[in-house]
Design a binder for this molecule. Sequence first.
Ligand SMILES: [Zn+2]
Length: 264
Amino acid sequence: MPEIEILLPGFSINTDQATLGLCTVTLVRGEKLTVVDVGHFGRRSMLVDTLRAHGLEPEDIGRVILTHAHWDHSQNTDLFPNAEIVISKRELEYSRNPRAGDYATAKYFADTLAGHDVVEVAGETQIEEGIGTMDTPGHTAGHHSVLVQTSEGLVCLGGDAVSDAGAVRRGLPAFVFWSVEEAQASLKKIFDASSVIYPGHDRPFKVTGDEIEYLVDAPTIKISGFLDATRDMVSVELGLPPKFTPRINPDALPDAQRPAGLQV
Ligand SMILES: [Zn+2]
């Protein structure tokens, strides 16, 4: 049965100076080693290091599935010389003439796949036992998502059709470049199919009724650089501190809850 591991965590964090584009990159261990979304050049060395930490070289990867053609999900396909590239037929067509305003799709994207076996899919497919795709358009015209039957149930790798857990409450992914109606329908389709979601730019989570439960702890992101050559490097670390619990003076507790022996 296939199993999923996160190679690079996804973030919904950007700056006022640039879009960071840090998408979730996952490894699916099945009949083949499959990487779902490959990240952008800025994460390339980190991706290689992480694969090696898993005992793998890029040459070991037999398949790459791209949820869509956006630069932050697709730039590193050439890192995997032995991988077939699975992408939706509609997305490949769309990428050659992306909608004006879709600043994240490079018109030359399809050319970057030269030298690979490209498997164009449509509708609901089975890629191998326990791994399939389904169309989830809206974020882009041909976005599709990956369904993996794991030992812990059916998991959806939702790419940017489910950019982040907040999509559950919004009913929309964070960005819609193609169709709001299709994006809403795709979200519903994903939540109907699976309650365990690996979003494109957030941690994996589970939906039970109205509750969102993250399945892994929040990663941190450290931003550093030189703002002024005469001073030291500056850095800032973003992350979630431990959950806050109120500090209560024992005297403030009702008598029944006051620790035994406490003299007031
Ligand atoms: Zn995208």
